[in-house]
Design a protein around this ligand. Sequence first.
Ligand SMILES: [Fe+2]
Length: 347
Amino acid sequence: MAVSDHQLLEAWKQVLKLSKLEKGQTVTILTSASTHPQTLAMAQIAVQSMGAILNRLDLPPVNAEKALSRDPLAYLGTTPLTGNPAAIAMLKASDLVLDLMTLLFSPEQIDILKSGTKILLAVEPPEVLVRTVPTEADRARVQAHSAFLGKGKQMSVLSEAGTDITFALGEFPVISEYAFVDEPGRWDHWPSGFCFTFPNEGGSNGTIVIDKGDILLPQKCYTSDKIVLTVENGFATKIEGGVDAELLREYMASFDDPEGYAISHIGWGLQPRCHWSTMMLYDREQSIAMDARAYEGNFLFSLGPNNEAGGNRTTACHIDIPLRNCTVKVDGKEVVRNGKVLDEAVK
Ligand SMILES: [Fe+2]
C-alpha cells in the first residue's frame, strides 16, 4: 500500500525530533541510484521544516561487478566513500547524515562517526518506514534489554529444532538499535528494534539448526528444510542439510574468504511492528527485509565481519539469520522463551 506524502513527512519529523535535530544544524542526505524518491523528498522537507541546513550528496553505486544480488547488504566493505576524502569531509562536517544509500559496515562510516556526526540509515520502502516509525518506548525497551545483555558473560541458545550453542561474551560492546540517533557519533537504522553483541573471538561452540521456515538474508528466502551449522571456536565449520544448505554453502564459497564463516553479531528482536511473515509479501528487490531482522522474539545471528563493534574482521560476506522459536539465556537466565520475549527478565 502506498503512503501519502503527509504520512511519510510526519514519520520523518518524528524520527528527526527523536534524533534531537536542532535549528541551524547541518544535515546531509546521502543518496545513490536506488534511493526511493518519496523517501528523499519527504526527508528534505522534514529537515528544512525544522530549520536545519540541508545538503545532498549523491554518489554513484559501486560493487555491481562483485555483488551477486542488488541487495545493498550483499557485498560489504567498499562503498562510494572508499578513497573519496572530499565526500568523507562533507559528511564529517555534518551534524547528521541521513543515509539513503547504505554505508553499513564500512571503515569510512566508522571514521565519520568518530568525528561526532550521527548517521541514520533508512532504505526500506516508504510504507515500511511509516509502519515502523520509532518511539521513545522502543528506545527504553531496547536499552533495558541491552543493559541485561551487557552484564552477561555467556549466552546460550536452545531450540526444539536442535539448536544448542553457547557464546562467550565480554570482549565486545552491546549495540542497541532503536531507529533514531539521539547521541553524537551514534549510528542507527530505521526500522529496527533489537539488541546484539558479538561473541568473544573463538568463543562460540555448538550447533545451530536453521529450521524449516526460518529466514536467510540477503537471500531473502524462507528455508524449506533444516540447515545444521556446526560451530567450533567461533567459526561455522560445517553447513549440512539438503538443497538449502547446498545453496548457502555455494553462496558463501563464492566469496572465497574463510573469515565469512565467523560468527558475527548475536542478539534478539524486540520490534512488535515488524513481522516474520512480511518478507513473503515483497519482491526481493523491494526491501532489505528489516522486518525479518527486528521481529519480536527472534534470535538473530549472523556470519561475517565484527568490525562494527571494534573487531578486526572485515569480510565482504555477511549473512543474517533470524531464527524462530528459540530460547535465549544470558548467564542462565531466560530472556526469550520459545520465541517469546520475557521483559520481566530485564527489569
Ligand atoms: Fe547483520
